[in-house]
Design a protein around this ligand. Structure first.
Ligand SMILES: NC(=O)c1ccc[n+]([C@@H]2O[C@H](COP(=O)([O-])OP(=O)(O)OC[C@H]3O[C@@H](n4cnc5c(N)ncnc54)[C@H](OP(=O)(O)O)[C@@H]3O)[C@@H](O)[C@H]2O)c1
Length: 222
């Protein structure tokens, strides 16, 4: 039984990850701002009132998990806001929010909890192929794309940073998933996405640290 910490676990992909890890017998610690009926119904440990962009929240979380040896930390919380070239001056708050949540928070959460991680622990960052420069053939979505490109770079640096401690870091694209973020459009449901993500996290090792994969197993270009 592994100790699995998941951010953004009250809905969407994070909720599905919590459910599937619970179903296979792992000890899930679901981190969120506000819990949900669906999350409460899972019967897992819930740590609420945690905003991943707030310093006090992060130190609070580290304190609450003081006695937990974390095997897997999944940095899943994320936001998507519309941004465009033409309207950039009116959308600076949206750009900044996406950098705060999507780029900086995975680094900050991992830093806050790093003392609870040990040799053979794993850190997964739920990024997006929309952050892939090589894969960008349709443009737009400036703030979201840039924030996910930035977290990809941060993830690779963390992989190098944490390798001597035996901690592996994986960057994972969940697929195009039917959640609130996509207005419930997409190619797969949260269960299929989470099933693939868990397989990828199981496969992640210190040899493959710093890699970027689709939940379906495909290696993605930077
Ligand atoms: N769905 C897709 O097709 C898709 C594709 C590529 C990548 N992704 C990535 O997958 C991850 C999960 O997305 P999703 O589709 O499940 O989205 P979602 O249904 O909109 O859920 C987003 C989650 O992030 C949490 N969150 C946002 N800001 C937060 C903050 N400041 N502090 C704490 N939690 C915060 C939300 O909590 P609240 O309920 O409190 O807002 C919610 O639990 C994200 O990183 C997203 O970028 C999704």
């Amino acid at each position: 039984m592994s100790n699995i910490v998941i951010t953004g676990a009250n809905r969407g992909i994070g909720l599905a990850l919590a459910r599937l890890y619970r179903d296979r017998g792992d000890n899930v610690i679901a981190v969120c701002r506000d819990s949900s009926g669906e999350l409460d119904a899972l019967g897992v440990r819930v740590e609420s009132d945690i905003d991943v962009t707030e310093r006090d929240s992060l130190s609070d979380l580290a304190g609450r998990l003081d006695d937990v040896a974390i095997d897997v930390l999944v940095n899943n919380a994320g936001v998507m806001r519309p941004t465009s070239f033409d309207d950039i001056e009116n959308q600076l708050d949206a750009f900044r929010l996406q950098f705060e949540v999507n780029s900086l928070a995975p680094l900050r959460v991992t830093r806050a909890l790093v003392d609870r991680l040990g040799r053979d622990s794993k850190v997964a960052i739920i990024t997006s192929r929309m952050g892939s420069i090589a894969d960008n053939d349709s443009g737009g979505h400036y703030g979201y794309r840039m924030s996910k490109t930035a977290v990809n770079m941060g993830g690779v640096s963390m992989a190098l940073e944490l390798k001597p401690r035996g901690i592996a870091v994986g960057l994972l694209h969940p697929g195009y998933v039917r959640t609130d973020m996509t207005g419930n459009t997409g190619h797969v449901d949260t269960e299929e996405s989470a099933t693939g993500l868990i397989q990828r996290i199981d496969e992640l090792s210190i040899e493959t640290t710093g890699s970027f994969h689709h939940a379906n197993g495909e290696q993605l270009p930077w």
